[in-house]
Design a protein around this ligand. Sequence first.
Ligand code: WTA
Length: 653
Amino acid sequence: MPPSKTGIDVLLKEERIFHPPKDLVEQTHVKKWMDAHGIKTYEELLEKAKDLEWFWGEISKELVGWSKPYTKVLEWNPPWVKWFLGAEYNIVCDALDRHVKSWRKNKVAYIWEGEPGDREKLTYAELHGKVCQAANALKSLGVKKGDRVGIYLPMIPELPIAMLACAKIGALHSVVFSGFSAHALRDRVNDSEAKVVITCDGFYRRGKTVPLKKQTDEALQQAPSVEHVIVYKRTGGEVSWNEKRDLWWHEVVDGQKKTCETEILDANDFLYILYTSGTTGKPKGVVHAHGGYAVGTAFTLKWVFDLKDEDVWWCAADIGWVTGHSYIVYAPLILGVTSVLYEGAPDYPKPDRWWSIVERYGVTVLYTSPTSIRLFMRYGEEWPAKHDLSSLRLLGTVGEPINPEAWMWYYKHIGGERCPIMDTWWQTETGSFCISPLPITPLKPGSATRPLPGWTADVYDEEGKPLVNQGGNLVLLTPWPAMFRGLYKDPERYREVYWSKYPNVYLAGDVARIDRDGYFWIQGRADDVLNVAGHRIGNSEVESALVSHEAVAEAAVIGKPHEVKGEAIVAYVVLKRGVEPTEKLREELRGHVAREIGKLARPEEVWFVSDLPKTRSGKIMRRVVKAVVLGKPAGDISTLSNPEAVEEIGKAR
Ligand code: WTA
């Protein structure tokens, strides 16, 4: 697939187009589907797929088996959606139950590798047995359909097992990323009113153990809804024990029966809650439902990464984020593929850990983030070069815009200039890819290309007029099956955040540009949400963490471009009267944020100032702070009540 340079100026990187190899195109699911439906071109496919009821009805046939068929594909009462109405269903029927009755029974579902080097393979039958045991354990603790279960686990097989166990009995899981702090866990457990929390004693990260049970204990000091905590023994480290509340996983789960009836639900019943950052300090509880989510995630994985039974799929994300929910747990299991699951840090004990995993298991499709790619880029190509990566046939990225330089490095040094890169744009809210290439799409490095069949996206100006070749607000115009069903217990916020700017149109919160070929170039967040290492963190979340420290009166937090992480957090802090700004305090504040939210939110820089630029109504102008930090003109500062603060920001650095 040699680059064909169109246009005269070769310096314009976005002009490079990479055409997928012909023999690959012929073998793809999308091509075969088009042939079977008499569709000749991709344009024709996009056109046909605009008939959402027809398209999703057809697609659902090959992916899911309803317990009772639906009577209607779609009901769209903006902003509320229902898919596959009247169907009875549980996602676990397709993710597990179906496979154990087929030849896939003894196929490996997960190849797991712990950071210290422990390894385990779980077949579909073994996974099913363990899920049934965990489901029976939850039932024995009184967990019922509709109840919420908090899950605070690292990347060990018990994490997908616990999630599937909840789904099997119709309970909602609410997974909290194991890198989040006790406080973050407490807020999420309380918002979802979880009855049971599942955690472990600790886990391994860069050769050290992280004491997860200790953090759980701290979080649950103020969590009245929690009746029981199930603790999986991962490290064997010391833990404190609450006799009334705590139960060891091996005591409550391992003795259970290896069969458990799957609770058949309405296809629109809720599957899980996953919290994501918004522009206020309070995280948003994004809710997904069984039926549409199953169809949407399985479809996108099947078509975009073209997975076949012989593939070894590795989505190298953490299950604590939506990427792992959709593309490590649900979609790959529905498709019955073999997935890799890895516990630890990407560069531990050496920067070739990932490449040794690809080689050892013969990974064929790898999906990761630009941050990880840039990290490996920094270590140098000699690390992947030590390994045979010839098993790879497709690559993918997600989480933030990928700079063309990182794209080229990934393409060359990981993909051996042989593997097309699927740059997938999507969000916790969308549940599945929305804008993404298929393996038949000509690629432009740095562009997520075009909306998938079944989606309509556009870029609007402030008034809602479509823009061509100019940056504006990314919007989705029609509903899609894996679309979220609201924010947990907060319909008003759902309406306000996503549906109030343009009537009946989904506002993604990203800035994007559509080029003259209709390719989308995502430029980043439009709102006050940072993207650090591909993870969303609200500016205001970090600010409220800072202000919760006794020395701090006010704080303004902005993102600054960072070579590896995409964005780095920079904080300006006004101290309380009488508090001395010291180096020690600076470090303490960085540590404080890490404790309050999690290490990924630790500010890269903390600066002390006596005042922050504010409007006359007292609102901190982050835009102005950001401009100064980036060395750009501060813009219109006529609405500021204290223009002198702008100068101080510049001098503080
Ligand atoms: C960003 C992650 C550019 C975007 C699946 C979005 C991307 C946010 C891409 C969602 C991409 C995700 N190119 N930016 N391919 N994919 N983003 O909810 O800003 O953790 O709004 O979901 O990540 O992050 P979330």
